[in-house]
Design a binder for this molecule. Structure first.
Ligand code: PMP
Length: 313
């Protein structure tokens, strides 16, 4: 089995630690500790899981140079995998529902990946089914971000430990995130708790989730890409005991994202969602010394053709 990972001395070693900074929108509102995940090399927190999952697969002999990696993702994870694969000498194919913003498709192709589309009406499940079909072919590795427990592990062993090193006193009272696969929230929560934090897990949930009747148990946010009512095997209630759900209006999430951009954080809509929910968590904790942590998952450039940038066109 290969021990020396290709790409190790380039892209893979530049992932994280990302800064953790207190962000205050104005003097009237408290500060939230925000992990600047958009500063990872491909522009999102998904670089962490791409690296973690591919490294593990490499060490187990499940992927080798020239091998093919296939993933169902409408964005950040595919972008991260495309870059990691380019660096590791692997081929990458992203399978995604029709209708995702073109920016994402262009970025994946620029990193040397291929993209194939499944019908929009089938949502992410349609893409997952197509990946399963391709996965039966020899030499294909499926990272399966929705089922792969290493997704949360990357955050438990990486993101959470960084937060503990970075936050004053190593104390976190609540950790807030929207959920796609649930890897970020579950991994951060478990990593903080096992290191002694009495931390409340907080789910940032957009109120306007759209259900797709063709696809059982799946609703997603049409206006905050990357966030859904989870169909994930990672995001299970028993892994987040005491979960507090905070509902956020799409309008508020998007307006807050624009405020964050003006403050110098070039982020996408889920950062605004997370920030709004973190402010509400702070309000509910009702403790002026409470330290609440959230993540800014990805960069604004992925959303140029979406509602976020409408006022600036
Ligand atoms: N991608 C983006 C752009 C997001 O905003 C979010 C939610 N914060 C996610 C993904 C979800 O992360 P996870 O899959 O770890 O739940």
């Amino acid at each position: 089995m290969a021990t020396e990972l290709p790409g190790c001395h380039r892209y893979l070693n530049r992932i994280a630690p990302t800064p953790l900074v207190p962000v205050q929108l104005d003097a009237g509102r408290p500060a939230v500790w925000c992990k600047l995940e958009f500063l990872n090399p491909s522009g999102s927190t998904k670089d962490r899981i791409a690296r973690f999952i591919l490294e593990k697969a490499w060490r187990r002999g499940l992927v080798a140079c020239g091998g093919r990696v296939v993933e169902a993702s409408s964005g950040s994870t595919s972008i991260a995998l495309a870059l990691a694969c380019a660096q590791m000498g692997l081929k990458f194919l992203a399978v995604m529902p029709e209708g995702v913003s073109n920016e994402r498709v262009f970025i994946i192709r620029a990193y040397g990946g291929d993209v194939t589309f499944t019908p929009a009406a089938l949502g992410i499940r349609g893409a997952i089914a197509e990946v399963e079909r391709l996965g039966a072919e020899p030499g294909v590795f499926l990272p399966k971000q929705f089922a792969n427990l290493d997704n949360a592990e990357a955050h438990r062993l990486g993101t959470a430990r960084e937060v503990l090193d970075q936050i004053p006193g190593g104390r976190v009272d609540a950790v807030v995130s929207g959920v796609g696969t649930g890897g970020t929230l579950v991994g951060l929560f478990e990593g903080l708790r096992e290191n002694g934090c009495r931390v409340v897990p907080v789910l940032a949930r957009p109120v306007n989730l759209v259900s797709a009747p063709e696809v059982e148990c799946c609703s997603f946010s049409a206006r905050i890409p990357g966030v859904a009512d989870s169909i994930s095997e990672i995001f299970r209630p028993e892994r987040v005991p005491g979960l507090l759900t905070v509902e956020v209006r799409d309008e508020d999430a998007i307006a807050t994202t624009r405020e964050l951009i003006r403050l110098g954080f070039p982020v996408g809509p889920s950062s605004g969602l997370n920030y709004c929910a973190a402010l509400e968590a702070l309000r509910q904790l009702n403790d002026p010394h409470a330290q609440v942590v959230t993540v800014f998952p990805d960069r604004m450039e992925r959303y140029f053709t979406t509602e976020l940038f409408k006022p600036f066109v």
